[in-house]
Design a protein around this ligand. Structure first.
Ligand code: FES
Length: 266
């Protein structure tokens, strides 16, 4: 005989005994993700503002790495690098463990929030874990490997901003903007659950030698992992701030101040 215990949750979508603003965070998250998706779609498909300035010295984070320019690809005039590479950051972020929690709560209302009643239909359909279409979430570790390649190319992009067209070497505000974006993305990748698994997650024990080292790394990455959501949002936000900055400079709305360290090195 089963002795099931009913949780004291009120019936009816959104009903709860909670007195805090439990709905505030999901609303802001839903708003931010929607703006991010709409902005990306408009920028990549409709808004044809420049994606770089100074003869490709600085490239917008949305379009970086600019593979069409880097590899001199022959493409139709409507094609841009974002259309070729965005499936990687989308796939990486879309299968992120934290992101799964966000979209299940915000968009599917399954659950709506802790101790808050969800829509009636979700009591019948329910959360079924990584089944059906959601089984694709299991490609996250492979998307991580591709994201690491993209991150490496972005780091190269930062270095590239330091070489001015006349052969001078230095930094500009564009360097700082792209370096900040790369740093935040690095922290997001370094705090990833799948990244942590690479360092000792598959070992049965951490003792001496290499396994002991991996064990230490595992705990270090675990410390970063605590703030994974923070790195998710800040790295995402910086992509768009960086794009707006590059776009504004390329249109002449603002300037990119620079500080030369060595003159005529090239
Ligand atoms: Fe979020 Fe891997 S768990 S990026």
């Amino acid at each position: 005989m089963s002795n099931s215990i009913k949780l004291p949750i009120k019936k009816g979508f959104g009903n709860t005994d909670r007195v805090d603003k439990w709905w505030s965070q999901p609303i802001w998250m839903g708003f931010a993700l929607t703006v991010a998706l709409v902005y990306t779609a408009l920028r990549v498909i409709i808004w044809d503002g420049d994606i770089q300035y100074d003869n490709h010295r600085v490239t917008s984070p949305i379009f970086s790495p600019d593979v069409i320019h880097l590899f001199d690809l022959e493409t139709p005039s409507w094609m841009n690098s974002a259309l070729l590479i965005l499936w990687i950051p989308f796939g990486f972020r879309g299968t992120c463990y934290y992101m799964r929690r966000v979209y299940h709560r915000v968009f599917f209302q399954n659950p709506t929030a802790c101790m808050v009643s969800k829509p009636e239909i979700n009591y019948r359909i329910g959360y079924k874990g990584e089944t059906g279409l959601f089984v694709l979430n299991n490609i996250h570790r492979y998307m991580l490997y591709l994201a690491i390649i993209i991150l490496s190319m972005k780091v190269y992009d930062v270095y590239h901003t330091m070489w001015f067209n006349n052969g001078d070497f230095g930094i500009s505000l564009g360097t700082i903007v792209l370096a900040t974006e790369s740093l935040l993305l690095f922290m997001y990748v370094a705090s990833c659950h799948a990244f942590r698994h690479l360092f000792g997650g598959g070992m049965n024990q951490w003792r001496k030698g290499i396994s002991g080292l991996f064990g230490k790394l595992y705990w270090k990455i675990s410390d970063l992992n605590v703030d994974h959501s923070f790195w998710f949002w800040t790295s995402l936000g910086m992509v768009f701030l960086g794009d707006i900055f590059v776009w504004a400079v390329s249109e002449g709305t603002i300037t990119d101040p620079s500080w030369i360290i060595f003159r005529g090195l090239r």
